[in-house]
Design a protein around this ligand. Structure first.
Ligand code: GLU
Length: 503
């Protein structure tokens, strides 16, 4: 029987979740759903120094907004909890002890100061200090001390860490679904700290123990964790546990394609790199969020899916269900994925066209105070006429204000072009023509006005341009007869008359 697929997203609550983290969560979700498996959210909060208030809530709120729900996690027990590592503190010590008993790990009593001195001495000689096989017997640890000395130190409550004893002279053969086969010479590995005497495990130990206990079958995470893969493999081997399969997702690169996209890039390039807005109390900085900037969550998800993955076809628009169906770890690229904000805007524009006018009208009304008293059905009709030219709801007002309020001024350049000596006279005739039209529909208006222009040989530009300017204030907007129909007869005449008076 093959095992049920179980994957996890394991962020550390050290700040707002970066957009790369959302992509990691998404790929885990897609893979789990594709295989009928479970998607677990685990909070890796063992590093108390880096803990940031509100960061965990930010993570869950981001996943909720993107509609990437987790099956198990904080407040959603699936029988493998608790899901916060700080609440699992009591679990890890026995595993550190196990490794020590088996000879795969050892106590190290070196003080921070002595390690610092070693580091500085090495630096002065142009070398890097690495704690491992080549010097560990000369340092202050249970491999170098006698059993009696070690016991005395432990009994005296001397602070210690537990370090992994990396093997010597071995070539490890690692497998990664994205990267293929990787060979690592164990002599380059350092003896990483697994556990500290304050009762806290480090990331490496807690991560491996939890993945094992939570029966994780596939570890899908960012490329920055690739350097830890060798140690993680070794830990599974030392515990005599079956290792999960690994897939390391490619880096997300700056829009220039050079270097990793960082949280600073948001401010630099003027677009968000976080799903939601984040008010950084420490730095006093406000980081923009995709949600607050008017991006649609389904458009964002579609965009993120293509950062490092492609379906192998021309299709670019995918609903979440379609992504689940098409997703495949084998189709993830090794090369970094450029973060192209114009592509993101394109997705937003595309998703906008598929949203109902009613839904968009409700958002628009909430955003624009001038619309508070206006019938939402009318707003929806306006939205239907202009949304094609918008990427964001925040573009709507510029494209549509004249449907709600009369223009205060008229575009200077356009006025020079459109308002001629005979314009006032023509507009007066136009008003007389419009007045008796009772069924004020765009079709009727078009028919009557065009007929009048043709039979009197006035010239279309001479009528249509001043007319549009009177109604809109600029030579822009959708079909002029639609605009007339929408604002109604009275308002149409009022706006034309205002221009006649000014001419
Ligand atoms: N806590 C790690 C992080 O913040 C998890 C890495 C992993 O998925 O193994 O990304």
């Amino acid at each position: 029987m093959t095992k049920k697929v179980r994957v996890r997203f394991a962020p550390s609550p050290t700040g707002p979740l970066h957009i790369g983290g959302v992509r990691t969560a998404l790929f885990n979700y897609l893979f789990a759903k594709k295989h009928g498996g479970d998607f677990v959210l685990r909070i890796e909060d063992t590093d108390q120094n880096r803990f940031v208030e509100g960061a965990e809530q930010y993570i869950t709120e981001s996943l909720n907004w993107c509609r990437i729900p987790y099956d198990e996690g904080v407040e959603k027990d699936g029988g493998f909890g608790p899901y916060r590592q700080s609440e699992r503190k009591h679990i890890y010590k026995q595993y550190a002890d196990q490794l020590i008993e088996k000879g795969h790990a050892y106590y190290a009593f070196d003080s921070a100061e002595s390690l610092d001195t070693h580091r500085k001495e090495h630096e002065a000689k142009g070398k890097t200090f690495i704690y491992n096989w080549h010097n560990r017997l000369k340092l202050n640890n249970s491999l170098a001390l006698t059993a009696k000395e070690v016991k005395a130190k432990l009994d005296a409550g001397e602070p210690y860490v537990v370090r992994y004893k990396s093997p010597q002279n071995e070539t490890l053969h690692l497998k990664d679904i994205v990267r293929g086969d990787i060979e690592i010479d164990t002599n380059i590995l350092d003896d990483k700290v697994l556990y500290k005497s304050d009762g806290m495990p480090t990331y490496h130990l807690a991560n491996i123990v939890d993945d094992h206990l939570m029966e994780i079958t596939h570890v899908i995470r960012g490329e920055e964790w690739l350097p830890s893969l060798a140690l993680h493999y070794l830990l599974y081997r030392s515990f005599e546990w079956e290792a999960p399969q690994f897939a390391h997702l490619p880096l997300i690169l700056k829009p220039t394609g050079k270097g990793k996209l960082s949280k600073r890039d948001g401010a630099k390039f003027g677009f968000p790199v976080f799903p939601l807005e984040w008010d950084d109390t420490k730095s006093g900085e406000l980081y923009k969020g995709f949600r607050e900037e008017g991006y649609f969550e389904d458009a964002l998800v579609n965009f993120l899916a293509f950062l490092g993955w492609n379906p192998g076809t021309e299709q670019e628009l995918f609903s979440l269900e379609e992504l689940v169906h098409a997703f495949d770890l084998e189709r993830i690229n090794k090369a970094g994925a450029r973060f192209d904000i114009d592509k993101m805007k394109w997705y937003n524009q595309q998703y906008m066209q598929h949203k109902s006018d009613d839904e968009l009208a409700t958002i628009f009304q909430k955003q624009q105070s001038e619309l508070a008293e206006i019938d939402v059905n009318y707003i929806a009709l306006v939205v239907g006429l202009i949304k094609e030219r918008a990427s964001f709801v925040s573009d709507f007002w510029n494209l549509s204000h004249y449907f709600f309020i009369a223009p205060e001024s008229y575009d200077e350049k356009a006025s020079k072009k459109a308002f001629k000596e005979d314009t006032a006279d023509i507009l007066k005739q136009l008003v007389e023509l419009i007045k008796p039209i009772n069924d004020f529909t765009s079709a009727n208006l078009q028919n009557d006005i065009k007929g009048w222009i043709t039979s009197n040989e006035i010239g279309f530009g001479k009528v249509m341009q001043p007319l549009r300017l009177s109604l809109v204030g600029a030579l822009q907007g959708p079909d002029v007869f639609e605009i007339m129909f929408m604002i109604g007869k009275q308002e149409t005449i009022k706006r034309i008359q205002k221009v006649i008076e000014q001419l």
